[in-house]
Design a protein around this ligand. Sequence first.
Ligand SMILES: CC(=O)N[C@H]1[C@@H](OP(=O)(O)OP(=O)(O)OC[C@H]2O[C@@H](n3ccc(=O)[nH]c3=O)[C@H](O)[C@@H]2O)O[C@H](CO)[C@@H](O)[C@@H]1O
Ligand SMILES: C=C(OP(=O)(O)O)C(=O)O
Length: 421
Amino acid sequence: MDKIVVKGGPALHGEVKASGAKNAALPILASSLLADGTSTYRNVPDLVDVATMLKVLRTMGCGAERLTGRRKDVCEVTVGANIVPEAPYELVKTMRASVLVLGPLVARYGRARVSMPGGCAIGARPIDQHLKGLKALGAEITLTEGYVEARAKQLKGGTVNFDVITVTGTENVMMAAVLAKGRSVLENCAREPEVEELARVLNKMGARIEGAGTSIITIDGVDSLRPVEHTILPDRIEAGTLLVAAAISGGDVLVKHAQPENMEAVVLKLREAGCTLTTENGGIRCKAPKAIQPVNVTTTEHPGFPTDMQAQLMVLMCVASGTSVISENIFENRFMHVAELHRMGADITIQGPTAVVKGVKKLSGAPVMATDLRASASLILAGLRAEGKTEVARVYHLDRGYERLERKLRSLGADIRRMKA
Ligand SMILES: CC(=O)N[C@H]1[C@@H](OP(=O)(O)OP(=O)(O)OC[C@H]2O[C@@H](n3ccc(=O)[nH]c3=O)[C@H](O)[C@@H]2O)O[C@H](CO)[C@@H](O)[C@@H]1O
Ligand SMILES: C=C(OP(=O)(O)O)C(=O)O
């Protein structure tokens, strides 16, 4: 298995481009199932998760490919006759977001059989709210042999009040409601920019959705949708990770394509930490302060501070001049990076959902193990600052959600390389 080797020290300087957003690309690729014909998406990040979603679509009988050469950021999905509305365990177990095909399949084909995603390193992550939403639209749901089976001759508009704010749950039910008969009202929805982006794509396909990006989404069902061409919005979590890389290395980096309007909480916290953040040339620039200031953070749903940036911000706080308190409110077990950061000399105490981080003068390079996607990124960030060599093992977690992170960091002056297994 590949490893990433980082030698700490160099301050990062220059410009780097944020790729397309993983969490927008995945539901958008799944939404192709809602229309016959070929949909074309640009700025699709080249990630293992995206490859998995293309595979899920191919398994069902779609054409689903990434183009090559100068158009390698483009993915095309072709939906024709003979779709098998089924997502097998072998694929769903490698990527929970495969469950996003459930809504489109039952809406379009009247039935779906999708493996239940299991828990993962960061928490149990049930899908009860997805199922509650589909039931409210008239789907009959059964759970057998580890699979969810959903059936409905024709979904009907309904009201869904989510008990928990869920990003993919909102997306799944929204994708089902676009072809339901009549009006659906979804309440207590996730307001993430990626939900809004999916609604934008669905509306381009002919759907009638209003309110995406707020907590109430209203959808008037239509009879059919058409394929679409769309450019995926930039990844705010990758952009945030690169801003932290600038901050922790004592550098000055412009992250092109980063969208300040979607990253307010992250920008605010980095400013509180003493960084100078400016919007310029269609991106965000982060200049590190002489000394990082401690910052308290609580992760919440958008527009609050994203759980997907918690590990990265924690690493920055590991070298702050003072004590920070970081509370994780979204997932029950998202502190897996802490044990690895201890190995690098960090001073972090976990008390339930809260981590108390005492800034230390220096981190030391060490062999560490990635446990999940953002934990992997956080260990690489720690390695940029640590004295000596950090070897991050199990990099496959990183490759799920970052497009060649080590190359981007190297282009900014980091001493980082991938060691092929
Ligand atoms: C592909 C994608 O977009 N992934 C993102 C999405 O994951 P995902 O959509 O899986 O996360 P959710 O928003 O659903 O999860 C939020 C919380 O709700 C709980 N829950 C969720 C659904 C449900 O039916 N029942 C339930 O109890 C979860 O266990 C969790 O505690 O949002 C998360 C929270 O911003 C991000 O960390 C992930 O990067
Ligand atoms: C938790 C994440 O992704 P997923 O929902 O795909 O596991 C993430 O992107 O940090």
